[in-house]
Each structure stands twice: as structure tokens, then as C-alpha cells.
Design a protein around this ligand. Structure first.
Ligand code: NDP
Length: 326
């Protein structure tokens, strides 16, 4: 028997309860994993609280990422004892996920644990950190260099945002962190490497199609008006890497930044990111992130606290990365 957080739905209300399950309850898959850690991402918050239609089939074990040790495998790429990481692929949405002491998944969805990493560290990075790394890579691919000017990170106190601030600062960029919680999190954001802070409200106001050029690059986790405003301020030839919708999924912008300033808008998806790119992103994130990031921006909770934290993350009240230790 093992512990799992199980979501059920009654009269359109999602309930989260810790239950004791057996390995025979798990869905089919090639690899059975002893999960050592999962993490709380924005999408987990939506799933656990029943906000948005993340989960369609109940009961469901949430958890879009996990790290742990292989117990048994019918796939030759993995054997008992191997340490593995999983992010994305609809796990925790359509297939039972990481908020349980056991998971059975497809081998294709796993990546081997990098040599300089363990389960806790992997989940301190987690889906959010992998996505932040992919966003930073998109800026590098767009040719954005530290000497080109300031780089804006929106939703900076969140999981993706806090990792993006740290990665960019470590790479020598002058990072401006946009946050709705500067009073609460300004000190942390500066410790992570932000050179400057900007209140989210400055970007939430309606912008003209083209504002004064200000950003060499943008990492956006928020979408909506904040992203529209940021786009109107991107320098000629700059790149905006966008991955999130914490502020809304609409994008009230115009074609002007793209056709008059040659701005590149690069969407970033981590869920179905190809294997080789994932491996490179994990290695690079681990190489760049300093030890201080794990100490300053991450904290651990147990399964019993997930429901409470899920409500907090949906309300934009969680700072940094939350690890679920199993
Ligand atoms: P978090 O909740 O940890 O961070 C989101 C941050 O956005 C908050 O901390 C807050 O930062 C800001 N925010 C929250 N609500 C609002 C609002 N109403 N308006 C403007 N800003 C707001 O979430 P994650 O970091 O886990 O995820 C961030 C986004 O990225 C989510 O939309 C998520 O779905 C998406 N995502 C996408 C992935 C992909 O593969 N494309 C993978 C992972 C995440 P502050 O208080 O500092 O302003």
C-alpha cells in the first residue's frame, strides 16, 4: 500500500483526499517508479482546485512532475534502481501523476537523472524551472545578448519567473523583475539577481501599439495586458519568450511591434518538448543555477498541505518553488 493524493469530482466540485492505494490500482505503463518528490506548479493548482478544465476523468492523481527511483521496468532504457525525472506529457492531467508514492508511466516520458542532481533538486527546478530554461534558451536563440540591454521577467515571484530571473542574472543579463508583490518579494528577487524591480500595475495599463523601446528580451509567464504592454516596449530586433497565462490567456496586442520593430515572439512549451532539447535544458539549468537559488527560492511541503497550497498558487500567493516530499 502507498499514499496518494486522489482527486474526485462530485456535482462539479473537485475534492482532494489522501488515500491508500495498491500498485495494481495504477494505470498501465512500462516503468514503475518510487516517487521521492513532486512539485507544485500553477497547472497543479488549477487541477487540485478544479479551476479550469485541466482534468476530465476522475479519479485522478495530480502532479505534472516527479522524480524518483525505478522499481521495475519492461523498457530496456531503464532498470530497477535508476533515478529518473518526469515532466509534462499530460501526466497529472490525463494519466495519474506525481503526487503519490508510486507512479507507473511510459518510458518515453522519462529522462535519466543528470549526474549532478537528485530527486529533491530536480523538483526544486521541476516543470517551472525547465520551462524557464527553455524561455532563456529562446532568448539566446533569438540572439539577445547581455550587452543589448535590460531583460524583463513577468510574474517574477512565481516558479517560472523566479528561476528565469536567476538563470538570466547568472548569464550576465540585467534583469528587471515585474511583480505584483514587490513589497513582499522584492528582497528575494534582488537576491536572485534582479537588477531592478517594476510594479506589475505599470504594465497592466493600456499601451499604445508602440511605446518607448525598453527591453532587449522578455520572459513572460503572465500573458494578457502585461504581455501586450511589454511587447510594445521590446527593442528593435528583440525577442519575447512566452509560456504562461497567470494573468489571462488573451493577448490584446497589435502587429506593430512585429512588423515595425522586427520583434520575435517565441512560444515555449515544456509538455511535449522533444527529448534531446529536454536533456540539454536540464543539464544547462543545473550548470547555471547557483546553490543559493535552492536555498532561497524553494521550500518543501507534504501531501497533506497540497490542497491549501493549490488555492494559494491559483491566487498568485506562492513565492518561488514548492517541492512536495513523499
Ligand atoms: P506561479 O503561480 O508560481 O507564478 C505565476 C506568477 O504570476 C505569480 O507568482 C505572480 O507573480 C504572477 N501572477 C499571478 N496572478 C496574476 C495575475 N492575475 N495577473 C498578473 N500576474 C499574476 O506559476 P508557475 O510559475 O508555475 O507558472 C507560471 C505560468 O506559466 C502559468 O500560467 C503556467 O500555466 C505557465 N507554465 C507553462 C508551461 C509551458 O510549458 N508552457 C510550463 C510551466 C508553467 P508576481 O506576484 O510576482 O506578480
Amino acid at each position: 500500500m502507498f499514499n496518494a493524493l486522489v482527486l474526485t469530482q462530485e456535482e462539479k466540485t473537485t475534492r482532494a483526499q489522501i488515500q491508500q492505494l495498491q500498485e495494481s490500482d495504477l494505470p498501465d505503463g512500462d516503468v514503475l517508479v518510487e516517487v521521492e518528490a513532486s512539485s507544485l506548479n500553477y497547472k497543479d493548482g488549477l487541477a487540485v482546485t478544479g479551476t479550469g478544465k485541466i482534468i476530465r476523468d476522475f479519479p485522478m492523481v495530480p502532479g505534472i512532475d516527479f522524480a524518483g527511483r525505478v522499481i521495475e521496468s519492461s523498457d530496456e532504457r531503464y532498470k530497477a534502481g535508476d533515478q529518473v525525472i518526469l515532466t509534462g506529457w499530460g501526466v497529472g492531467e490525463r494519466h495519474w501523476g506525481g503526487m503519490a508514492e508510486r507512479a507507473r508511466v511510459k518510458a518515453d516520458w522519462l529522462v535519466p537523472m543528470p549526474t549532478n542532481c537528485d530527486a529533491q533538486k530536480a523538483m526544486m527546478i521541476g516543470t517551472a524551472g525547465l520551462t524557464a530554461m527553455l524561455c532563456v534558451q529562446a532568448l539566446l536563440d533569438g540572439g539577445v545578448k547581455p550587452e543589448d540591454g535590460e531583460v524583463l521577467v513577468t510574474g517574477a515571484s512565481g516558479g517560472v519567473g523566479s528561476v528565469a530571473v536567476t538563470l538570466l542574472a547568472q548569464l550576465g543579463y540585467k534583469v528587471v523583475a515585474s511583480s505584483g508583490r514587490i513589497e513582499e518579494n522584492g528582497k528575494l528577487l534582488r537576491q536572485l539577481g534582479a537588477a531592478d524591480l517594476i510594479d506589475r500595475s505599470e504594465l497592466e495599463v493600456q499601451s499604445r501599439p508602440l511605446e518607448r523601446q525598453r527591453w532587449a528580451g522578455v520572459v513572460d509567464t503572465v500573458g494578457s495586458q502585461v504581455l501586450a504592454h511589454a511587447l510594445s516596449q521590446v527593442n528593435y530586433g528583440g525577442t519575447a519568450a512566452i509560456c504562461g497565462l497567470a494573468g489571462g490567456h488573451l493577448l490584446p496586442t497589435t502587429v506593430m511591434p512585429f512588423i515595425l520593430r522586427n520583434v520575435r515572439l517565441q512560444g515555449v512549451d515544456s509538455v511535449a518538448c522533444p527529448y534531446e532539447r529536454r536533456i540539454k535544458a536540464w543539464e544547462k539549468a543545473l550548470e547555471i543555477l547557483p546553490e543559493s537559488f535552492y536555498q532561497q527560492a524553494c521550500h518543501s511541503i507534504g501531501l497533506g498541505q497540497v490542497a491549501d497550497y493549490a488555492h494559494k498558487i491559483v491566487r498568485g500567493q506562492v513565492t518561488g518553488r514548492v517541492i512536495i516530499t513523499l
